[in-house]
Design a protein around this ligand. Structure first.
Ligand code: NAD
Length: 256
């Protein structure tokens, strides 16, 4: 049902972004994949997705830590009916030791980029008379954990931006919502296992069970397909009056 629409998914050569892009392509949308690299394998991902779903897929390099590149991504896409702000990084450290450059990078990539892409995409959506903005926030946009100061701050910011964008577009056929996933097993989560092992002095198995899935009552990771299908739902007519809010896909985490 998304045939004829163009979806731009930031940070989509891996993990949740790639999963979301696949589900949007499966629903018929043309897709723009993105990351900050420009490798053959990035372009190969686009070719593979185009072949699999029979839609137009392009890969456009843009660094989401840079305001001008965020805006240029949307301009280069040429059309943006669906914008998924997904690019994100993580760093785990207590506040006094938290590296300033990591703080700046997380705030830029996880939060500021969504502002810049939204600012560039809204005029296009208004011209088209329809639009969907889906911000991939986190359970950490609604609650906190120790040692994740920048991430929790950025994700709470994204939830705030989602509300404002929902209000500014409330009387148009444009919606803006945030999906708040709990733990999804992606390269981002894999990468924080060693640091968390150090922080809590635990084995890999114990970090997965006692730290990560401890907070997730379902005791299961959410999947990238589930996040993708939630995005597709938010793009459907059924979700036309859902705006400026959050949908948790967290196995009950935020109910605790
Ligand atoms: P991931 O590391 O697999 O993917 C992150 C993506 O962002 C990659 O495609 C990467 O290339 C891209 N990226 C990183 N820096 C970038 C930059 N400067 N410019 C452009 N792209 C950049 O991680 P993921 O788990 O798939 O995370 C995706 C999003 O989902 C993030 O915003 C993350 O905070 C959020 N999230 C993840 C989980 C989880 O458990 N995995 C839970 C809640 C929220």
């Amino acid at each position: 049902f998304l045939t004829g629409k163009t979806a731009v998914v930031t940070g989509s050569n891996s993990g949740i972004g790639l999963g979301v892009a696949h589900q949007l392509a499966k629903a018929g949308a043309g897709v723009v994949l993105n990351s900050f690299t420009d490798r053959d394998e990035d372009h190969a991902l686009a070719e593979e997705m185009a072949r699999e779903h029979g839609v137009k897929v392009r890969y456009i390099k843009a660094d989401m830590s840079k305001a001008d590149e965020c805006r240029a991504l949307i301009e280069k896409a040429g059309a943006c009916d669906i914008l998924v702000n997904n690019a994100g990084i993580q760093h785990v450290a207590p506040i006094p030791e938290f590296p300033v450059e990591k703080w700046d990078a997380i705030i830029a990539i996880n939060m500021n980029s969504a502002f810049h892409t939204t600012a560039a995409a809204l005029p296009m959506m208004r011209k088209a008379g329809w639009g969907r903005i889906v911000n991939i926030a986190s359970a950490h946009g609604l609650t906190a954990s120790p040692f994740k100061s920048a991430y929790v701050t950025a994700k709470h910011g994204v939830v705030g931006l989602t509300k404002v964008t929902g209000l500014e577009t409330a009387q148009e056929k444009i919606t803006c919502n945030a999906i708040c996933p709990g733990y999804v097993l992606t390269p981002l989560v894999e990468a924080q296992i060693p640091d968390t092992m150090k922080e809590y002095d635990m084995s890999r198995e114990d970090v997965i069970k006692k730290v990560m899935l401890e907070r997730q009552p379902s005791k299961e990771f959410a999947t990238v397909e589930e996040i993708g299908d939630t995005t597709v739902f938010l793009c459907s007519n059924a979700a036309a009056q859902i705006t400026g809010t959050t949908i948790s896909v967290d196995g009950g985490w935020t109910a605790l």
